[in-house]
Design a protein around this ligand. Structure first.
Ligand code: HGY
Ligand code: MN
Ligand code: MN
Length: 417
């Protein structure tokens, strides 16, 4: 590489991020762009337009994953894949996933500006439904590509209105072809916001992500007895919401008693009949458990399941538990981590190695090829909220590291392997 340092066009990248933020924009500055909604389609259409303007070969696979490939001296060589996701949480920020996709676009635009044709193609990707906010489980487009989820499972997933993934993918016109799934990938690098407080707290520019922690999603249904809020004596009630509240606080207490690496989140709850003067008869809530160590996480899940069942017996209600999703922790590629570390040093960035608390498409793509991630700081560690923000200086550093490491990998990699 020598000491040549390519630089992105920061103004252009920020304008591109701003253009994305207008699609599905929310009053407090965030974005609502749930997978396969009209807003997602609008963003996809604009993204495909940008890919074509950058003279890329655009393909869409049967999960709706969007790819754009550059020309290369060896066009048939497996590509360096860069990207992330463009779908968001219901009250998402402007950077989660989006920064990775649009920085990847900026990398390609900069290579084009400098008329650099690398020895192997660079391919940009935007994966479908990373968030899992509308269709659970998350990380679905990359999960389909890696084969962890089969197509019939993905296509059958329903949102809360009973619409299926398949119906909605067809409706927005993004059901591509199975033959267009990306097969041979030389390596994958995903730039993403940290979504936690570590880099900002330690005043660092870059996180070099060595892996992703494991996680479980569980759905818990508590079946009590709906009753009249007035004449039904307290002693006669089987109040599903009161029992669910006991279960949630008890599970929270169990996690707080563990080490400070475990997390539990109850993000969704629904009540039936959900009427002021009815004792809740049925409550369904979600549990998201995470821990870097698989054994500890599995142990926590089994303890929580046991305690939920015990509380149901004590409260004389029924309980149904359904596992929605489980992933083990992931270790990324040592070789890519070395490349990222060397380039971060060469560019003069302050960095640290770290494990990701959040799930990412890199999780499943690491089952297919050498994979690693770059983090940039999140202000106040906030994410999955409209306050999500990353300072421009870090956006520039993250995108420049991505650009330079792509060029380095292409230069040092033997295209005949
Ligand atoms: O759940 C996650 O960690 C990711 O944001 N999908
Ligand atoms: Mn993300
Ligand atoms: Mn997210």
């Amino acid at each position: 590489m020598g000491d040549k340092k390519l630089s992105i066009n920061l103004n252009r990248l920020m304008q591109t991020i701003d253009a994305s933020a207008k699609i599905g924009s929310l009053p407090k500055g965030g974005i609502r762009r749930l997978a396969l909604t009209d807003e997602d389609k609008q963003m996809r259409d604009l993204f495909v337009e940008w890919l074509k303007q950058s003279d890329l070969h655009v393909r869409i696979d049967d999960f709706g994953n969007i790819y754009g490939r550059t020309k290369a001296q060896n066009p048939e060589a497996p590509p360096i894949l860069i990207g992330s996701h463009l779908d968001t949480q219901p009250e998402g920020g402007c950077y989660d996933g989006i920064l990775g996709v649009l920085s990847a676009l900026e990398v390609i635009r900069t290579l084009n500006d400098n008329k650099i044709e690398l020895n192997r193609p660079v391919e940009i990707v935007s994966f479908t439904n990373e968030e899992g906010a509308r269709f659970a489980p998350p990380i679905m487009g990359s999960g389909g590509l890696s084969g962890i989820f089969d197509k019939s499972f993905i296509f059958s997933r329903q949102d809360k209105d009973g619409k299926t993934f398949e119906q909605e993918l067809k409706r927005i016109g993004y059901e591509g072809n199975e033959k267009d799934r990306l097969k041979d990938i030389f390596c994958y690098i995903e730039l993403h916001i940290e979504q936690g407080p570590v880099l900002e707290r330690e005043n660092l520019d870059i996180g070099i992500v060595t892996g992703i922690q494991g996680m479980n999603w569980l759905e818990v249904k508590v079946i009590g007895q709906s009753d009249h809020a007035g004449p039904t004596p307290m002693s006669m009630r089987k109040d599903a919401l009161l029992t669910a509240a006991k279960m949630i606080t008890d599970s929270n207490r169990l996690i707080l008693e563990q080490d400070n690496e475990s997390t539990i989140t109850v993000g969704c709850i629904s009540i039936s009949p959900n009427s002021i003067n009815c004792v809740p008869g049925e409550v369904t809530f979600s549990i998201d458990i995470r821990h870097p160590d698989n054994q500890i996480r599995k142990q926590l899940m089994s303890e929580i399941r046991q305690r939920l069942s015990t509380i149901a017996i004590i409260e004389q209600v029924q309980i149904e538990m359904k596992e929605i999703w489980e992933t083990n922790s992931t270790d990324f590629s040592d070789e890519l981590i070395i490349h990222l570390t060397e380039e971060a040093k060469r560019l003069g960035y302050q960095y640290k190695k770290m494990v990701s608390g959040a799930g990412h498409d890199a999780k499943y793509i690491s089952d297919m090829t050498d994979t690693a991630m770059i983090f940039v700081p999140s202000v106040d560690g906030k994410s999955h909220c409209q306050e999500e923000y990353t300072k421009t200086e870090y956006i520039e550093k993250g995108a420049n590291l991505l650009l330079n490491v792509v060029q380095k990998i292409a230069t040092v990699s033997n295209v005949n392997i």
